[in-house]
Design a protein around this ligand. Sequence first.
Ligand SMILES: CC(C)(COP(=O)(O)OP(=O)(O)OC[C@H]1O[C@@H](n2cnc3c(N)ncnc32)[C@H](O)[C@@H]1OP(=O)(O)O)[C@@H](O)C(=O)NCCC(=O)NCCS
Length: 168
Amino acid sequence: MPLPDPSLKANTGEQAPPILRAAAIHDVVYIHDLLETYANMGNLLPRPMSELYRHLRDFFVIEINGRVAACGALEIFTENLGEVRSLVVADAYKARGLGKLLVERIADEARQIGLRRLMALTYVPAFFHKLGFKTVAKDTLPEKVWGICLKCYKYNNCDETAVLLELK
Ligand SMILES: CC(C)(COP(=O)(O)OP(=O)(O)OC[C@H]1O[C@@H](n2cnc3c(N)ncnc32)[C@H](O)[C@@H]1OP(=O)(O)O)[C@@H](O)C(=O)NCCC(=O)NCCS
């Protein structure tokens, strides 16, 4: 059966309040589209659909007017470290606080499950600094470097900034 097209759902106008929720199976195709847009610009790592299905339970989305307007994920490495991954706000919804809302939700989730530190690798460190993250050297995050980074095409010349939030 074809997936429902969220763009055809509840056309309630621009005023519909954003709904922040855990991602569901029918969101995967839209999360994939959002990530592809920024992956093509080199801002994010591309993630194939198969990986998104496997990691679906890491994801939160913000739905507006039945569309996935933003997404972000919490990936856990160890009890000491988790990562904000695949954080994207669609262009039409930027600068409305959605990115902040997602990172705060991810940080809350991380605290609830007892994680101690939350990191991100990013081209927008100033955005994360506003949310309490501090810039750190990448080699202070071996769980990340020896896991995901090793498989990344940018491994030898990564130009992203590592930022870290101590969770209390
Ligand atoms: C970075 C991104 C997630 C920010 O989302 P957003 O919804 O536009 O940001 P918000 O409206 O929540 O901004 C929260 C605060 O951060 C600031 N901010 C947002 N983007 C910023 C940027 N690029 N540089 C500096 N500050 C920024 C805002 O001004 C705001 O500050 P305020 O609280 O003092 O008003 C979004 O621009 C995006 O999807 N970028 C492309 C993909 C990407 O780079 N993702 C990050 C991967 S780690």
